[in-house]
Ligand binder design. Sequence first.
Ligand SMILES: [Fe+2]
Ligand SMILES: [Fe+2]
Length: 304
Amino acid sequence: MENKPYLDDSWMAEQILRHGDSTSIGEANGIPARTIRRYLKRFRDRQAQLSILNMETQYPIAPMAEELVLTGNGVVSSDWHLPLTDYKLAARLVQTAIDHGLTDWLLIVGDYFNLDAMSRFDEKQESAGLSVELAAAGQLLELLLEVFGTIYITKGNHDWRFLGKLGFKLKFEKSIKMLLPDIPDEKMERIIVTTYDYVRIETPSGPWHCAHTSQYSKIPMSVPRELCDIYGMHVAGAHRHHHGITTSKGGYMAVELGGLFDPDKAHYLKQYTNTFPKWTPGWMLLYEGMPYLPMLSPVPPFAS
Ligand SMILES: [Fe+2]
Ligand SMILES: [Fe+2]
């Protein structure tokens, strides 16, 4: 090092400050300019790398919100589309939950709200207007809280219409709570809203990914089946309003959740001729990691 001072970065930095270019540094120190040029290049390469590493602290990105992870047994539902809801079916969901002792939690995998009032469609369904929707949505959640310990809600494309109207300037959780102003705080504490369109459930049969995906397909089961093998776990999907169960190529269980909607109340389905597949209602009971679909087959009693 003694006779090769240019190996030392602090020496090189000082020389640049003092003399500027490689010729001047060489002359001042009795070292050939081409030697200085070579080591100056290496010095600058190292400085660039250090600067790149420093960008990590220069441009910090906040950590992502934590994923919601559930455990135990409960009811997995979706697509209630308040106020275009089939309340008879909702009452039946509650009954099956009580009958099978699955009242610890109710999961709503998106589209709890319909928020037609905030859609881009001009023609609105008068009897399903915003004031009716918000009153019904709040009332139903309070009634469901009489039965279930906790209600978990994920993001559905209909639910974040309000957030869109607010220019996405709030957290999703806050926007949902703004839509439910009449629910008292002590009850609201038992409604947990996630910013994601999914919730994970850890079960004895492996994890379940329950998601209100933005993907649509007319072919029932195709989206959840594909998701199973991408995520490497069982999937319960919402959004398409299909209902059924199958297995994926990789051997995971794939469920289309259906929904608690009432297609006969959805004005736009009747108003416009369309090629949508028939909406199929349904929901899922999850017991020890196994799915049960009461709309498709009778559910046996579970061991208590
Ligand atoms: Fe939906
Ligand atoms: Fe949806």
